[in-house]
Design a protein around this ligand. Structure first.
Ligand SMILES: [Zn+2]
Length: 120
């Protein structure tokens, strides 16, 4: 999915699925990224507390380092998670819906054609 950690391929290298789904598609990935950065922040603070470091060290790391480095670390994971959620969960039943729409359109056309035959 990624050419390198900060650059995505436009298409899946194995199945050709296009990752460019239009404006705003990766807005969901932003929320994933936020959640991941919060998790990283909590883990780092817990680790520093357990290591017995002073409060100022913890405050500097929590307020300066994690907000800068966290999003860079979370970026590829957040996009992978978002694409997975979008592909696996938000499109459930879409093929069935498309098949149903196609069948309804076919019936509508058949009805229209038969009523036109009666009229002539
Ligand atoms: Zn693929």
């Amino acid at each position: 999915m990624f050419a390198h950690p900060l650059k995505m391929h436009a298409r899946c290298t194995s199945c050709g699925h296009s990752f460019d789904r239009g404006n705003g598609y990766f807005l969901g990935a932003m929320f994933m990224s936020y959640a991941l950065v919060v998790l990283i922040e909590v883990a780092v603070i817990a680790g520093l507390l357990l290591a017995g470091l002073g409060w100022w060290t913890i405050v500097i790391v929590a307020a300066a380092l994690v907000p800068v480095i966290g999003p860079l670390v979370a970026f590829p994971y957040s996009r992978v998670i978002w694409v997975m959620i979008e592909r696996r969960m938000l499109h459930w039943g879409e093929e069935d819906d498309a098949a149903l729409r196609q069948e309804l359109t076919r019936r509508q056309r058949a009805r229209t054609a038969s009523s036109e035959e009666e009229a002539t």
